[in-house]
Write a protein that binds this ligand. Structure first.
Ligand code: GLY
Length: 378
């Protein structure tokens, strides 16, 4: 079984399949560019203002995350940095708060409540929603490493530096293998009748019919005092994610027009800095630590592409856009279940997958231009 992509989805699915006793090889071009290393690690179906099948999928994943993390920690011997710390979404008016798509799942806060949850919050914010059930995980420093270690411990093979160039099909259009270029050069063919495509923002390069496009995000981090912020603060356009040791991750720009343009930009960094000051003015004086960027796998409706793909034998686990860290647990479980069911011809694919077929109708205006839960700054 081949896993195309060694990012968070590739690792999570490889881990799940290896736990089921499957022999798995992960083909990864460059692990450092995976969105799993870039994201802030929010577990935020409610704070992101999801709705419909996306909310159901996000909530199902959130429920599974503690047990999923416990399995990764047991298999790897490494901590993942899961922090069920709750997320506060601030608003300038009560009307905006009450109209938020997930308001029914949150605890309404007035200014006094906001100051109790988030001392130092900028003064224009008068109302809020506390989603105590949402949280975060330290994807960048801990989860990715722990998942890799867990996979290795379970016998998963890794081919780092392998760029898959083509999916090869045989009789009846079924997958028969992949053509790839290895780090040391030369092109090779690997035979395979089953593969999972989890190439994130690059998925459309292998299968151009997939509606996946890069949505660039720039980030930065600052060192704050330990326990300076006890909740994640999810503002419009900017969010602050406090790690256990006081590191504050600040995200993120949303730049669909940048395509795969590498690098930081003055405008992007300025936007983050302004968002930071509006949310937590005192943090403007905290020492900067890192700045980085990456590419979300965006789809027009902002939901992932999951399940059987356009080529028989190729399964899709891509297009997770803003919610990859949240959705990794449920994606791994559902994809492994669907592959097993198809191989054993034993019943239906999991019901939760049905709304996420790759060829569903898509809106004309991509979600990347109107992120879920979008609202005005005060
Ligand atoms: N999950 C938040 C983002 O993609 O920026």
């Amino acid at each position: 079984m081949l896993l195309l992509g060694g990012g968070l989805m590739g690792l999570a699915i490889a881990h799940q399949l290896a736990r089921l006793g499957r022999a798995v090889t992960v083909l990864s071009r460059r692990r450092s560019e995976a969105a799993g290393f870039v994201a802030a690690g929010m577990l935020a179906p409610h704070a992101e203002g999801l709705s419909g099948p996306m909310l159901a999928l996000g909530q199902a994943s959130l429920e599974r995350i503690p047990a999923w993390v416990a399995r990764i920690e047991a298999d790897s011997g490494l901590p993942c940095g899961l922090r069920p710390c709750g997320i506060v979404v601030p608003f300038s008016s009560a009307a905006e708060r009450d109209a938020y798509p997930t308001a029914a799942w949150g605890v309404p806060l007035d200014r006094t409540g906001l100051e109790r949850e988030l001392p130092g919050l900028g003064t224009p914010w008068r109302h809020g929603l506390l989603f105590a059930q949402d949280g975060q995980i330290d994807n960048r420093r801990r989860l990715m490493r722990a998942l890799e270690r867990a996979c290795v411990a379970l016998g998963v093979r890794f081919e780092e530096g392998s760029q898959v160039l083509e999916l090869l099909t045989g009789d009846g259009g079924r997958l028969r293998g992949v053509r790839l270029r290895r780090a040391e050069g030369g092109e090779h063919t690997i035979a395979a009748t089953t593969a999972v495509l989890a190439c994130g923002a690059w998925s459309g390069q292998l299968l151009p019919s997939l509606p996946v496009r890069p949505v660039k995000g720039q980030m930065l981090s600052l060192q704050g005092p330990r326990a300076s912020l006890k909740r994640v603060l999810f503002g419009p356009g900017t969010y602050l994610v406090p790690r256990e040791d006081g590191l504050l991750v600040v995200g993120a720009t949303s730049e669909p027009e940048a395509s795969f343009d590498d690098g930081l930009t003055p405008e992007g960094q300025k936007q983050l800095q302004q968002g930071l000051v509006a949310l937590l003015p005192e943090a403007a004086l905290w020492p900067p630590m890192e700045r980085w960027w990456g590419f979300r796998p965006g789809t027009p409706d902002g939901a992932p592409l999951l399940g059987p793909g356009p080529i028989e034998g190729v399964w899709l686990a891509t297009g997770h856009y803003r919610n990859g860290v949240l959705l990794a647990a449920i994606t791994a479980e559902l994809i492994a279940e669907a592959i097993t069911a198809a191989e054993q011809r034993s019943g239906a694919s999991p019901e939760l997958l049905a709304p996420f077929r790759w060829d569903r109708p898509q809106p004309a205006t991509p979600a990347a231009h109107t992120p879920p839960g979008a609202r005005a700054s005060p």
